[in-house]
Design a protein around this ligand. Structure first.
Ligand code: NI
Ligand code: MN
Length: 225
């Protein structure tokens, strides 16, 4: 799997010939101005929850690429009502897609659409393909539910929010990394707005003190698992 950071909480994941875009918020993010949204050709769009900074570019991308939107029931329903394609899931469920197995897991957060529509309950995803598994936490607090993940999955990478205020901060992300038994963490959801600015060097050092690796990418930088 090749994971490319697209700014804030947006990712592109390439598995074999498939492109999966997660939580696209590109056109509204000045820090992602190098990302050419028209170069993205997602076969699938994964949405963790309905907040603006996770769904802004879903309609455009899905319409232009005939993408399948995967999220909770309410979010998929919302986009299906706009004529887009979707596959609804709910917490604890998994499904085998063409790219691999996907599980929708718990997150502690909220999930109302910008227009006030009900966005169901927020979640995260575990993607398993080609003998690798990654966890994308979405916006979430640190939660004991994370301890369930290593009972079934041996994670090769976890993508965790570290910006604090709206989600856990990096101190809690270190504890999350213990809970999920994965020491390789890609940090996201930080620095985009004033309320989630962090000291990046400090965050990386704190992980290092615990023998863990916090990776912070610039938009369009990638890593491979
Ligand atoms: Ni959110
Ligand atoms: Mn968010």
């Amino acid at each position: 799997m090749k994971i490319t950071f697209l700014g804030h909480a947006s990712l592109e994941i390439k598995i074999d010939e498939f492109s999966i875009v997660v939580d696209p918020f590109i056109s509204g993010n000045p820090f992602a101005s190098d990302v050419d949204i028209d170069s993205l050709k997602p076969d699938f769009i994964l949405i963790t929850h309905a907040h603006q900074d996770h769904i802004l570019d879903v309609e455009k991308l899905a319409k232009e690429n005939d993408s399948i939107i995967i999220s909770n029931f309410e979010i998929v329903n919302y986009f299906q009502n706009k004529g887009l394609k979707g596959h609804p899931m709910n917490h604890g469920g998994k499904w085998n897609f063409d790219f691999g197995e996907l599980k929708y897991v718990n997150a502690i957060h909220t999930s109302t659409f910008p227009d006030g529509e009900n966005g169901g309950q927020p979640g995260g995803f575990i993607i398993s393909a080609n003998n690798k598994s990654i966890y994308i936490a979405g916006d979430t607090a640190l939660t004991y539910d994370m301890k369930l993940i290593p009972l079934k999955y041996n994670l090769d990478l976890a993508v965790l929010p570290i910006g604090d205020n709206f989600t856990m901060g990096y101190e809690d992300a270190i504890l999350a990394s213990d809970f999920i038994q994965c020491d390789k963490i890609l940090g996201y959801h930080y620095d985009t707005f004033g309320l989630i600015e962090i000291n990046e060097t400090n965050a990386i050092d704190k992980f290092k003190e615990r023998g863990k690796n916090l990776i912070l990418l610039k938009p369009l930088e990638s890593l491979e698992v």
